[in-house]
Design a protein around this ligand. Structure first.
Ligand SMILES: NC(=O)c1ccc[n+]([C@@H]2O[C@H](COP(=O)([O-])OP(=O)(O)OC[C@H]3O[C@@H](n4cnc5c(N)ncnc54)[C@H](O)[C@@H]3O)[C@@H](O)[C@H]2O)c1
Length: 285
């Protein structure tokens, strides 16, 4: 039976929740956007509006469309407001305990047929699903930053995810205008981060060893591999803390210290130099 999805619940209104909620509302879905503090939700919607104001200025969007998108987004701090939604996308911070807690509460609030997608960058879908109380209805739905621009969505199968869950999440990603790929096995970092994180670890090691400067390494990757950003630019852009958590998670899961965060990344996190999030990273923003 085809699931009729009209309203998307987005939990977490940070960098990713903002992008995902925006993409959903632009695609015509009603959105319920939740964070723990209304100031975060307000900031999130204001940032979407800023992007749309530029689009109106450039003639890429009409003022009516901009207003229509805004009216489709309901702002809340109350998780119980997710009772009306047809599909959940969770984008809270990358902490297993928090994600489990969010899904346990949502399981009580949402209708039993509602699918829970998690936007985790690296963590076990199977473990999150097992804690959710509806493991067959949980999968990974991994967007990239900024979600409004990046075309890929990884749809990740947990051990207990049903075929219907994977099909519904895949259809939704397509309805959002994205290109989904199926990740058939729940493995740390899925495909993109499994390929990208070791490169960031090596970039930090090259820097630590004095082999090349931040600028030289970024230039090498941009001009030699044709990537649009170098590893340090990318870490600053997405948040150095996220990469730190993912590296440490890989090291634990694979029992392989090759993946562990190099000292320089640890020190950046300890010094609260987290890149985009608080203005200071490998480069000054
Ligand atoms: N930043 C990226 O490039 C990127 C890319 C893909 C996936 N991800 C993943 O997306 C998720 C979110 O990352 P982000 O960069 O948006 O983080 P972020 O720190 O910008 O936002 C997280 C938000 O979650 C909120 N939050 C915390 N507990 C909450 C709760 N119980 N209910 C609702 N909101 C809660 C925080 O207040 C914050 O606003 C993480 O799992 C991350 O690994 C991040």
């Amino acid at each position: 039976m085809a699931l009729s999805i009209k309203t998307i619940g987005v939990v977490g209104a940070g960098a990713m929740g903002t992008g995902i909620a925006h993409v959903a509302a632009m695609a015509g879905y009603e959105v319920v956007l939740r964070d723990i503090d209304m100031a975060f939700v307000d900031r999130s919607v204001a940032s979407m509006d800023k992007v749309m104001a530029k689009s109106v200025e450039k003639g890429k969007m009409t003022e009516e469309e901009r207003q229509a998108v805004l009216t489709r987004i309901k702002k809340t701090t109350v998780l119980e407001d997710m009772a009306s939604v047809d599909f959940i996308i969770e984008a809270v911070i990358e902490r297993m305990d928090l994600k489990k807690e969010v899904f346990q509460t949502l399981n009580k609030v949402c209708r039993p047929e509602v699918i829970f997608g998690t936007n985790t960058s690296s963590m076990s879908i199977t473990e999150i699903a097992a804690a959710s109380g509806r493991p067959d209805k949980v999968c990974g739905i991994h967007f990239f930053n900024p979600a409004q621009v990046m075309r890929l969505v990884e749809i990740i199968r947990g051990v207990q995810s049903s075929d219907e869950t994977i099909a519904a999440a895949t259809d939704l990603a397509r309805a959002f205008g994205k290109t989904p790929i199926e990740v058939k096995k729940d493995s740390p970092g899925f495909v993109v981060n499994r390929l990208m994180v070791p490169q960031m670890v090596e970039a930090a090691r090259l820097l630590q060893e004095g082999v090349a400067s931040i600028e030289a390494i970024d230039t090498a990757v941009k001009l030699g591999l044709n990537h649009p950003m170098g590893p340090f630019e990318l870490m600053d852009f997405t948040g150095i803390d996220i990469h730190y958590y993912v590296m440490e998670y890989f090291a634990d899961e694979f029992r392989d210290n090759q993946y562990a965060a190099p000292q320089i990344i640890k020190q950046m996190v300890r010094a609260n130099k987290l890149g985009r999030k608080n203005g200071e990273g490998f480069y000054k923003y």
